[in-house]
Every structure is written in C-alpha cells, then in structure tokens.
Design a protein around this ligand. Structure first.
Ligand SMILES: O=C(O)C(=O)C[C@H](O)[C@H](O)COP(=O)(O)O
Length: 217
C-alpha cells in the first residue's frame, strides 16, 4: 500500500487502536477484536513480544482489505523501524521523534507519526517529512494545545494520543485533529481476557467517528 493510500486510510478511519498486550496471543486477539468492531487502523506497539510477527500475521489475515492500515508503535530507533517495515508495517508510530527513524521511513516510503510535545519538535518532525505528528501525551498537553499550535502551523496534521476516550474524542476533532490514537480506553478489557468487550468499545468508537464526520460536513 503506498504512502498516500495509508495516509488516506488513517484519516478516513479516524481512530488508531494502540495495541500493547502482555503476550503475543493477547496482543493479536486484541487487534482482531478491534478490527471486528470496525477499527481499521491498528498500531501494534513494539512493547508487545514478537510485535513484528503480529504485524505480519494481521497483514496475511486480511490480504485484500485495502482500507486497513496495520502499523508499528513505540518504534524508538531505526533498527526496530526496519524490522517493522520488513514485517509489512504500513506506518510507524513513536512516543518520541527520532531523525534516523524519519530517514528510514522516508527511504522506504513509509508514513512516520512521531510523538512530539513541543512546537520545536513538531517543526523538526514536519521538516523531516512526517505527514502526521502524534501529539503526546495528549492528556498532559490538553486540547487547547492543538488550536494554539495550529495558529502558526495550520499545515500540520495532528493525531493526539494518550488520554483519548470515547467521551472526549469529539472535542479533539473539534480542535482540528485528523485522527486520534486510543489505547487503554479501548483495549483495557483484553487484560482480563474480555475480547468481546474490546469489540463492543471499538464499535462505539466507530459510531462516534461516523457522527463526528457528519457534523464536519
Ligand atoms: O508508545 C507509543 O507509540 C504510544 O502510542 C504511547 C501510548 O501507549 C499511547 O499514548 C496510549 O495511551 P492511552 O490511550 O492513554 O492508553
């Protein structure tokens, strides 16, 4: 899937599910539960054991679904980025910005969404070709941070992550973000094996994003 298509999918899907999981099986089942619930952007974090294998498996489970975007999260350095790209990752996410990861992603034409906390970091990320900047931790920076940054940098595409919930998702979009990253508010029931609940919450996230899209029109 080319970079433009991945970017389109991430924006069109609205919600990126951040998948951790204590073991490979839990992380994989959590990802599948989100997909069944309709969430089509999946970030498998590199804190999950065998994250690259989970990415490959998800890619081979859905070979013909070109609305899915399967990426890697918590990619801190270029070795992990290359491993994720070789596993088939459509995008790379990180809690930090790393210029070598940016260069690796540029080399292979992969979307890089680095975590940025300051306006200087955001400027650096854009300069290194990041098409979407992950504002992290969203809960610490707050929603007003988005509109404040977009005043001098209206061209920046922002995806807040950290503290996003079903309840506050529409407020983030009202501030002009292009997508949100949702972790614990979506996947916490998987920690005690309740994957059906993850699917139920995923459906609610998708319904909420459908409503948000209607109000944007
Ligand atoms: O490491 C990464 O790449 C991340 O995405 C960082 C965090 O895991 C998310 O910010 C999840 O935060 P919550 O939604 O508050 O659970």
């Amino acid at each position: 899937m080319n970079k433009e298509h991945v970017l389109h999918n991430v924006k069109n899907n609205g919600v990126v599910a951040v998948i951790r999981g204590k073991d490979m099986e839990t992380a994989y089942r959590t990802a599948i539960s989100c997909i069944i619930g309709g969430i089509k952007s999946i970030e498998v974090t590199f804190t999950a054991p065998n994250a690259d294998k989970i990415i490959s498996k998800l890619k081979s489970d859905y070979p013909h679904d070109d609305s899915l975007a399967i990426g890697a999260g918590t990619v801190l350095e270029p070795v992990s980025a290359r491993i994720a790209i070789m596993a088939g990752a459509d995008f790379i996410v990180s809690p930090t910005f790393n210029k070598d990861v940016a260069l690796m992603c540029n080399l292979y034409g992969i979307v890089y969404m680095p975590g940025c906390m300051t306006v200087t970091e955001i400027q650096t990320a854009i300069s290194y070709g990041s098409d979407i900047v992950k504002v992290f931790p969203g809960s610490v920076l707050g929603m007003n941070y988005i509109s404040a940054v977009k005043a001098p940098l209206p061209q920046v595409n922002i995806m807040p992550t950290g503290g996003v919930s079903l309840e506050n998702m529409k407020d983030w979009f009202a501030k002009g973000v292009v997508a949100v990253g949702a972790g614990s508010s979506l996947t916490a029931p998987a920690d005690h094996g309740d994957f059906d609940k993850v699917t139920e919450i995923a459906r609610k996230y998708c319904d909420e994003f459908t409503e948000i899209k209607k109000t944007k029109k």
